[in-house]
Design a protein around this ligand. Structure first.
Ligand code: RUB
Length: 366
């Protein structure tokens, strides 16, 4: 499984080691998660983040829960299930978290009846979810890159400019991401590409994490303030937008990092294709109307009122950027209605963002 080079976490004996994403890009540090409470805290505090990866850590959190309970006690499974309930609610928006935790719990319920070892079963299922993400991410990369190839061909091989928002690379889903997977594939195919990286206030996942990933990979990129994308599109400087997703309803409404909707509006006004890349585990088939039915996470207003960065002395510092008495509100995500989405790039191919096309999605060869 995860080897720690292109993966944001890996197993080390009976613990899960994660790259502490709150420290990037200024320092590379890891955290060792030994207890399920530590896994919950890591998700809550965003030491790990991104829909796919919080699903993975949730699944391994159930494994840590199994390790933490008395193997021979009769109420063992009930205890694991009650801890799993806490893991499920560590962050509310990305459906991948509940999906992955529930999947491991279902397997444990079946194993319990057949007398299989719960610890090993939980571990193997969490590894399986992770391995599936790796495969799906590669397929998303190939399907999405085919679209980039069409644009590149139409431009006679001139630079294809892609705009992305937040971080949907390998720090968010193993092991090449969702939105960044087609970009990594384009690099592998030798295509000339350049990425506009939205800084993604308030937590700057674009400037901190996407830029870090892209510079590590040697991919040309430019960080832009969040409000710049519209102007670039008016100037013809964006060929395609690709973003990830935290939850997509069965008619194709997309819940993703706050600011995604505004990019989709600008893209529509300027005839720029707007694609959303996601593994199928990000669909929430229970929901249809993203605006009415999805709980959007509101986070600590301090994330808006303060910024963190490296000062001239090379020390990471937090500074307040608003008057002392001003208040802020911090919605983590927004909803892009399906009619603004050109297509959904999944491991099963690309489909239109509507209920029929999504329901008809079947595995295809990438
Ligand atoms: C992350 C975010 C990403 C999606 C991508 O938000 O909005 O675009 O999670 O998902 P946060 P994927 O940083 O608040 O977790 O994991 O499918 O790439």
């Amino acid at each position: 499984m995860a080897n720690g080079i292109y993966k944001p976490f890996w197993l080390d004996g009976e613990s899960l080691v994660i790259i502490d994403q709150t420290k990037l890009p200024f320092s590379y540090e890891t955290l060792k998660l030994v207890t399920p409470d530590q896994a919950i805290a890591a998700v809550k505090n965003m030491n790990v983040r991104g829909a796919g990866v919080i699903g993975n850590v949730g699944a391994f959190g159930v494994y840590l829960a199994a390790l933490s309970t008395d193997k021979n006690s009769a109420g063992n499974l009930d205890k694991i299930k009650s801890i799993a309930q806490q893991i499920r609610i560590a962050r509310p928006t990305a459906v991948n978290l509940t999906w992955a935790v529930d999947r491991v719990i279902r397997i444990l319920e079946n194993s319990y009846n057949s007398g299989r070892d719960l610890i090993e079963t939980a571990k193997q299922e969490a590894i399986k979810i992770c391995d599936e993400d790796v495969e799906n991410s590669a397929k998303i990369g190939k399907f999405g890159c085919d679209r980039l190839q069409e644009i590149s061909n139409a431009k006679s091989g001139k630079t294809v400019n892609i705009l992305t928002h937040c971080n949907a690379g390998w720090l968010a889903i193993v092991d090449s991401g969702s939105a960044l997977a087609p970009i990594y594939e384009a690099q592998a195919r030798g295509m000339d590409i350049h990425v506009w990286v939205d800084e993604t206030r308030p937590r700057n996942q674009g400037a901190f994490l996407t830029a870090w990933e892209l510079q590590q990979a040697g991919i040309k990129h430019t960080i832009i303030a969040d409000n710049t994308g519209g102007l670039l599109m008016q100037y013809g400087m964006v060929d395609m937008c690709i973003v990830g997703a935290d939850r997509v309803t069965r008619r194709g409404d997309v819940i993703n990092k706050i600011g995604t909707y505004l990019k989709a509006l600008a893209a529509r006004d300027n005839n720029v294709p707007f694609y959303v890349a996601l593994p199928s585990s990000t669909f929430d088939f229970e929901l249809i109307d993203g605006i009415k039915e999805v709980e959007i996470e509101t986070r600590n207003p301090d994330e808006v009122l303060y910024m963190q960065g490296l000062n001239d002395q090379g020390t990471v510092t937090k500074i307040r950027i608003a008057p002392e008495s001003s208040q802020a509100i911090n919605y983590g995500f927004d909803i892009t209605p399906n009619h603004l989405v050109t297509g959904l790039i999944t491991e099963n191919g690309i489909c239109a963002a509507n209920q029929t096309a999504i329901a008809d999605l079947k595995p295809k060869t990438a």
